[in-house]
Design a protein. Structure first.
Length: 89
């Protein structure tokens, strides 16, 4: 499986105060939608991922409902956060 440079940059560094657009699959439009719902930082999206017990399907549905992410964006974001958790938690 090949990952994007954005994915690799996110996974390779501590969470810190990263903007939600640093997550793979999240661009300016989805950022605006997430921000309008109170999710402007990557750690807030990570928190939601953990609330769902790292469940792929629940997280992907949440992304779709919350910001309108399509299937590819959902998958990219899930893989990014899941791999970050594997390396840093």
């Amino acid at each position: 499986m090949s990952t994007s440079q954005k994915h690799d940059n996110f996974v390779g560094k501590p969470m810190g105060n990263k903007d939600v657009t640093e997550l793979a699959g999240i661009g300016p439009v989805l950022r605006a939608n997430l921000s309008n719902k109170g999710y402007d930082k990557a750690y807030l999206v990570l928190g939601q991922f953990l609330v769902f017990y790292k469940n792929k399907e629940l997280f992907k549905v949440w992304l779709h409902v919350t910001c309108g992410a399509n299937a590819e964006q959902q998958q990219d974001c899930f893989e990014c956060i899941n791999q970050w958790c594997t390396q840093h938690l």
